[in-house]
Design a binder for this molecule. Structure first.
Ligand code: NAG
Ligand code: NAG
Length: 628
């Protein structure tokens, strides 16, 4: 909030002269707090996310509330003898409840973290709508900045009434369990995240500016990667104020503003007589906005990150290098067209609107779910203000939580984003220990039970109790989860490498196909080799059958046949042959009979002809003979 206090001069004038413009909304970003026990308190409550520490965007956290006997405002170190905040094995993590007041929110959070608490709940001390707990202003000073960046536990402000109810339960010996839920704290509608950073080029704002620069340096790589791959659309924004008309000609407005009082920024040192003026900051902000516009036009919006980090490193105010020349050098070193940037910036002395800064002023007023931007820097993700520390891991976690589930890029699934919930009991997910395949995946959202893809083989199932390899290559991984066995040089598998699912014992085996397939004893069960000449011997997965009397066993037809047919392998053909031979035989026999008959006829006739004249027959007989 320090920026705002430095602003006091312009800010007060602004509030005084155009009160109605200041009626915008500051939105208190909230997450859900669900009390699971005791029954009397069970329900979902709202709490306000503190603007420090690391909220578990996209995730949830379970804990038991501890209200310390001493040090109830959390302003001093928790001492193990008084209060044990560290969770013991098998118990829920501790959420320490402290009272608002007496010291900074951040100090309470730091003490809670040092005491071993997993999260801090601050109970409001007055009846009012929830407020956003922020980092202290520099003016209130000391060495507060030492620990602020080290706070990693999430914090939440709860209402006075909820705080009172929890304390009452605890004082009567009850136990309060709750679930902090950030899953809906940021919208996550689709596979691209839009985010904005409201910032200023002013680098003389103490620890806040330093931590912002550190954030730029560490986050730059991830931001550029996300942008280049099209996962995100980032836009930088700059806050400016305008000088009330009556003061345009005042020395103050002339030093703080450009374009005739239209765009102003507070003096970096709060001293108009020395150092850089507010208008230098406005000009550099405009330059950064124009840099983004030009870079975005050339299809490389991510160059903005290079420019702002390089500028902050090469052209700091304290080295008196916060100048146009220095800025030009940075622009040129990045190969961006300087003329286009100058053109975009326009004439700062002219009494005209600057389209870029005008658009920035318009955007400053909240719209939709976002609310007005009043804290610098402010990160806005999917049109919601981010609350928490500006650090690479914390911001990346929030951005990752803003992708529609399962569409988040691989950067979100890297080890430092993981929760390690799979290490305990495999996260309650399905696994095949023998094949080292698990459905548990650690992500920034917490663990997900999802059937995996192993060596291009997709597993399908509910992920909790059941996953099964699918697709044409499914037998390649762990034999598709099916039984397989080998004995005496023979191997059998119950996985069938086609598109069918499941496992099936091969012929000669019987079983569920998954855990076991037992050899079938074909001989004992009289399934084959049962003909009188057959003698049967069971083998693993099959049987052997031999025939007595020099006959040959035909496996296909399960019978013994003569050796001569050994070369005939097709049983249908054999039958056909037998049929043809049969028909041929029968036909031959019929002819034979016919010929005998005819021959007999002929003989009889011949004998009879010796006794009586038979005139017309011999011709006929010859014909018959010819025909045979
Ligand atoms: C950046 O470029 C994209 C596409 O080229 C455009 O849709 C977007 O509006 C631009 N952003 C700004 C702030 O100009
Ligand atoms: C199981 O797989 C994981 C990751 O693929 C590997 O790190 C681990 O060493 C494996 N364990 C065994 C027993 O093969």
């Amino acid at each position: 909030m320090k920026m705002l206090t430095k602003l006091s001069f312009l800010w007060c004038l602004w509030i005084f002269l155009c009160g109605s413009c200041c009626m915008g909304r500051f939105v208190v970003e909230k997450n859900n707090l669900k009390i699971t026990s005791p029954k009397s308190l069970r329900g979902v409550y709202e709490c306000a996310i503190g603007n420090f520490g690391v909220p578990k965007y996209g995730g949830t956290m379970i804990g038991t509330v501890v209200y310390p006997k001493f040090n109830q405002n959390g302003c001093h170190r928790f001492n193990d003898a008084d209060t044990s905040l560290s969770s013991k094995p098998g118990s829920f993590p501790s959420f320490v409840l402290v009272d608002r007041g007496d010291c900074y929110f951040t100090l309470k959070a730091w003490n809670a973290q040092m005491g071993g608490a997993a999260a801090i709940l601050v109970a409001d001390d007055r009846v009012e709508p929830l407020i956003t707990m922020d980092t202290p202003e520099e003016a209130n000073g000391g060495n507060v900045d030492d620990y602020i960046e080290k706070i990693t536990i999430p914090s939440a402000l709860i209402s006075k009434s909820l705080g009172d109810s929890i304390k009452k339960t605890l004082s009567s010996g009850g136990m309060v369990n709750m679930n902090l839920d950030w899953r809906e704290a940021l919208p996550h509608p689709d596979e691209r995240v839009e985010y904005e950073l409201w910032t200023s080029s002013n680098d003389e704002c103490g620890p806040k500016c330093e931590s912002e620069l550190n954030f730029f340096k560490s986050f730059k790589g991830a931001a550029q990667l996300l942008e280049q791959k099209g996962y995100t659309r980032f836009t930088p924004h700059y806050i400016t104020w305008y000088c009330p008309e009556a003061f345009i000609l005042s020395q103050q407005c002339k030093a703080q503003c450009i374009n005739n009082g239209r765009y102003c920024a507070p003096d970096p040192e709060q001293d108009f007589s020395r150092g850089y003026d507010g208008k230098d900051v406005v000009v550099q902000n405009l330059r950064q906005a124009c840099f983004f516009k030009v870079a975005n036009h050339s299809g490389k919006p991510w160059q903005w990150w290079d420019y702002v980090t390089d500028f902050a490193i090469r052209c700091p105010m304290r080295a008196h290098r916060y100048t146009e020349e220095c800025s030009d050098q940075v622009v040129q070193s990045l190969g961006v067209d300087l003329n286009k940037i100058k053109e975009c910036m326009g004439d700062r002395n002219a009494d005209v609107e600057n389209p870029i800064l005008k658009a920035e002023q318009d955007a400053q007023i909240g719209h939709g779910t976002r609310g007005d931007v009043t804290i610098l820097p402010t990160l806005v993700i999917n049109n919601r203000q981010y609350r928490g520390m500006l650090s690479k891991a914390a911001v990346l976690k929030a951005i990752c939580a803003s992708f529609q589930e399962t569409t988040e890029p691989s950067i979100c699934l890297t080890p430092d984003m993981e929760t390690n919930e799979c290490l305990v009991n495999n996260g309650g997910c399905w696994q095949d220990k023998s094949a080292n395949i698990t459905a548990c995946r650690d992500t920034f959202r917490g663990r997900i039970c999802e059937c995996p893809i192993v060596q291009n083989v997709k597993f399908v199932g509910d992920g909790y109790t059941h996953c099964e390899a699918s697709g044409p290559l499914r037998c390649a991984v762990n034999n598709g989860g099916c039984w397989q066995g080998a004995q005496a040089g023979r191997a059998y598998s119950a996985c069938i490498d086609d598109h069918t699912k499941g496992c099936k014992c091969p012929t000669g085996f019987r079983g569920d196909g998954v855990h076991s397939c037992e050899d079938v004893d074909e001989c004992k069960e009289k399934l084959a080799c049962q003909c009188p000449e057959c003698s049967c011997k069971n083998t693993w997965g099959s049987y052997e059958c031999s025939c007595s009397n020099g006959l040959f066993y035909m496996r296909e037809s399960d019978m013994c046949i003569g050796k001569y047919s050994a070369s005939v392998s097709n049983v249908g053909f054999v039958w056909m042959l037998i049929l043809i031979l049969g028909i041929g035989g029968a036909g031959g026999y019929a002819f034979y009979k016919y010929r005998i008959q005819r021959y007999m006829d002929y003989e009889i006739r011949a004998i009879m002809a010796q006794y009586m004249p038979l005139d017309n027959q011999p011709e006929n007989l010859n014909q018959v003979q010819h025909a045979v």
